[in-house]
Design a protein around this ligand. Structure first.
Ligand code: SF4
Length: 325
């Protein structure tokens, strides 16, 4: 097996919460709190959790939009955790990001041609004629006509704008793309078109994806492995098929139960997740899921469970599973 392209070890991103006249840090928002995983070349890891669980912050740490406060990130064998911007610059070509709302991430005052040409200008690649030719190629790759280059983002539909966002992300031939909720803002009919496009691009260019989503149903179709995140930590991880067939952590089971099913009898039998994700500034003691867990026991509010292997590459952090294993 090839060496991992990305190795994330015990990563932490704690934001200080400042208060008072001197803006002293009174507390810390533990958005990411000890996360470890790897992604191999050409592989997709789905990262799933509710809004506020830290998954987008984790994506921004990997692209180094944030500098982590603990742990390490190795990309293609190099430690990039605290790499200076200048040293990081060539590597930025290799790690790109697709955002949830392409309208926010595309400069509304620039034409699509200018938007797609910009990464080449920033990295001093090609002359103007070469760049314009490459822009036409990129539009073709994502299924848009070359004449789109002269138009502005607001002239496109949501799905077309996401295609432009994808074209920009792949412009520099990256090896890893962080897809941060790339279809959440789109109609269901358009979602599958964008997912198919991402899968096709992965096959053609051997891209690795970290696919971030709050919806397990979306992730199922694109991921080789899935990691479930809750309040800054990974609570279960498994190959995609295993996770959907044998979800073991009560939180994962709740997320699977939340996937819409057409059968009303099955719908009634499913356990629905109660309450909201607690604040990462003051997380619950012990297992952070215990205030919402239907299977919580006294021990759960006292000791934090470790992410422990179950079978093969399947692991979960739950006292009940550790006991039965
Ligand atoms: Fe639920 Fe306890 Fe397992 Fe946490 S450790 S998921 S509270 S049973």
């Amino acid at each position: 097996m090839s060496a991992p392209l990305l190795e994330v070890s015990n990563l932490q991103m704690h934001f200080p919460v400042r208060e008072g006249l001197f803006l002293r840090a009174r507390a810390f928002n533990r958005a990411v709190d000890g996360v470890s995983f790897t992604i191999n070349p050409g592989e997709t890891l789905g990262l799933v959790g509710e809004s506020g669980c830290g998954k987008s912050t984790l994506g921004r740490c990997i692209t180094r939009l944030y500098t982590p406060t603990g742990g390490s990130i190795r990309f293609a064998g190099q430690d990039i955790t605290h790499m200076r911007p200048r040293t990081l610059r060539p590597l930025r070509q290799d790690i790109q990001m697709i955002f949830q709302d392409p309208m926010e991430s595309l400069n509304a005052r620039h034409t699509v041609g200018d938007i797609l040409e910009e990464p080449f200008i920033v990295h001093r690649i090609g002359d103007r004629i070469w760049r314009r030719k490459r822009v036409a190629e990129l539009l073709n790759i994502v299924g848009l006509p070359a004449r789109s280059a002269t138009r502005f983002p607001f002239e496109f539909s949501g799905g077309q704008r996401q295609r432009i966002g994808i074209a920009r992300a792949i412009a520099l031939n990256p090896r890893l793309v962080i897809c941060d909720e790339p279809v959440s803002a789109l109609d269901v009919s358009i979602q599958s078109q964008i997912l198919n496009l991402l899968v096709d691009l992965q096959r053609e260019f051997n891209l690795a994806y970290l696919f971030i989503a709050h919806d397990l149903a979306v992730v199922k179709h694109v991921s080789d492995r899935v990691a479930i995140m809750y309040l800054g930590k990974i609570v279960e991880t498994a190959p995609s098929e295993t996770l959907y067939r044998e979800a073991s952590h009560p939180y994962t089971q709740s997320l699977i139960a939340a996937i819409p099913v057409p059968d009303p009898h099955r719908r009634a039998a499913r356990e629905v997740l109660r309450g909201d994700v607690p604040s990462p500034i003051n997380p619950p003691q012990g297992c952070s899921f215990h205030p919402r867990c239907p299977r919580a026991e006294p021990q759960c509010s006292e000791a934090e469970p470790e992410l422990a292997p179950l079978t093969g590459a399947h692991a979960a952090a739950c006292h009940l599973l550790a006991r039965s294993g």
